[in-house]
Design a protein around this ligand. Structure first.
Ligand SMILES: Nc1ncnc2c1ncn2[C@@H]1O[C@H](COP(=O)(O)OP(=O)(O)OP(=O)(O)O)[C@@H](O)[C@H]1O
Ligand SMILES: [Mg+2]
Length: 337
């Protein structure tokens, strides 16, 4: 259970006829957290966001949003405390940016509208386009107006569905900065994304959804749960007998020759994602180790003793993308069985 949860989701399920959008989803999000919701196309992310944002009613299960039970009678109270940006920003094309925001200030019965609009436009760096009609803006700029709109009511929780989809790298960075700035102000941010590097750098915790919740945790915890720590060793020339060098070394659990068909000395979990940075050098080996700090000096000594020219010995880092691909590929394999 999260400390001071601002969002509690308990066995929530949504079906559309025979189709299950998401099923038996349970998690909680702490106040001020940046929480990333990942998953393949059709995993149920948008439907979850729409459910928690009171736009559609879940089929079963319970949730509390900003301290209020998610029930039809409470929808208005919940919406006062949250903001939601779905895939389409939902703007009036023939109205100017300011007129659009004025419309929403009126809709939400917000006081001090002019100040709110000014602050929101400054936050998304759009003050100079305030008089332009939304039709005349590019997709990314419209996205930013949509974001400005979500800021108008000072939400406790901000739900953003793929906020950086279709944005150029600079504009995406602007959204990242905005999210970080809102986090610093104590706003809880729940966002979906397909950009795993974005989730990795921004999120305190992430959940991976594939109709059911596959995992949840800090990116670093997920990496450790799923992958062995490993060292990647490169030598100027392939070792004539790598098994003799690596097998039985203190701290080395197993080894693999990368980029060739050489075998593994001891059975171990293979890296399901199989990806890693760093290309294949003439001699390249991946060693599963308990503690890289213990194993690395032993490995270097053994290589020198064997007369090898060591090019590098480094800890291999798995990314959140590796975690994601590992889990989602498991699901694909399970459905093919
Ligand atoms: N209104 C609806 N009627 C019927 N099925 C729906 C409806 N909305 C969503 N679905 C189905 O629910 C499933 C989950 O859809 P959802 O849009 O939540 O996925 P997503 O994770 O957001 O995917 P993406 O990454 O493509 O945006 C899909 O199979 C989708 O077709
Ligand atoms: Mg979606």
């Amino acid at each position: 259970m999260t400390e001071d949860p601002v969002l509690v989701v308990d066995k929530l399920t949504k079906t559309f006829g025979a189709r299950t959008a998401y099923s038996d989803v349970t998690f909680s999000v702490g106040r001020g957290e940046v929480f990333g919701f990942l998953g393949p196309n059709g995993a149920g992310k948008t439907t979850t966001v729409r459910s928690l944002g009171t736009l559609i009613t879940p089929t079963s299960g319970r949730a509390t949003v900003a301290g209020i039970p998610l029930e039809a009678d409470n929808a208005v109270e919940i919406r006062k405390r949250i903001a939601i940006m779905t895939e389409a920003p939902g703007l009036y094309g023939r109205l100017s940016v300011t007129e659009n925001l004025q419309y929403f200030v009126g809709l939400y019965h917000l006081s001090d509208g002019a100040r709110r609009i000014k602050d929101a436009l400054e936050a998304v760096n759009l003050s100079d386009r305030a008089k332009d009609t939304c039709n005349s803006l590019s997709k990314g700029l419209r996205q930013r107006v949509g974001l400005a709109r979500t800021l108008l009511n000072d939400p406790e929780i901000l739900f953003l569905d793929e906020p950086t989809s279709g944005l150029d790298p600079v504009a995406a960075r602007g959204v990242h900065d905005l999210i970080s700035g809102l986090r610093d102000r104590g706003v809880t941010i729940f966002f979906t994304t397909h950009r795993l590097a974005e989730a990795e750098s921004l999120c305190d915790r992430v959940a991976i959804l594939n109709t059911t919740l596959r995992t949840i945790g800090k990116p670093s915890e997920l990496r450790e749960q799923l992958f062995h720590k490993s060292l990647v060793v490169t030598t100027a020339a392939p070792l004539s007998d790598p098994g003799r060098v690596f097998t039985g070394l203190p701290g080395v659990e197993s080894w693999d020759s990368e980029g060739s068909d050489a075998g593994r000395s001891t059975p171990g979990r293979s890296d399901a994602a199989g990806s890693d940075s760093g290309g294949t050098a003439p001699g390249s080996y991946r060693l599963a180790v308990g503690d890289p700090a213990v194993a690395a000096p032993e490995v270097v000594r053994a290589l020198v003793h064997a007369g090898a020219d060591v090019l590098s010995v480094g800890e291999s880092r798995h990314s959140l993308e590796d975690v994601y691909l590992s889990l989602v590929n498991e699901d694909v394999e399970a459905t093919q069985r």
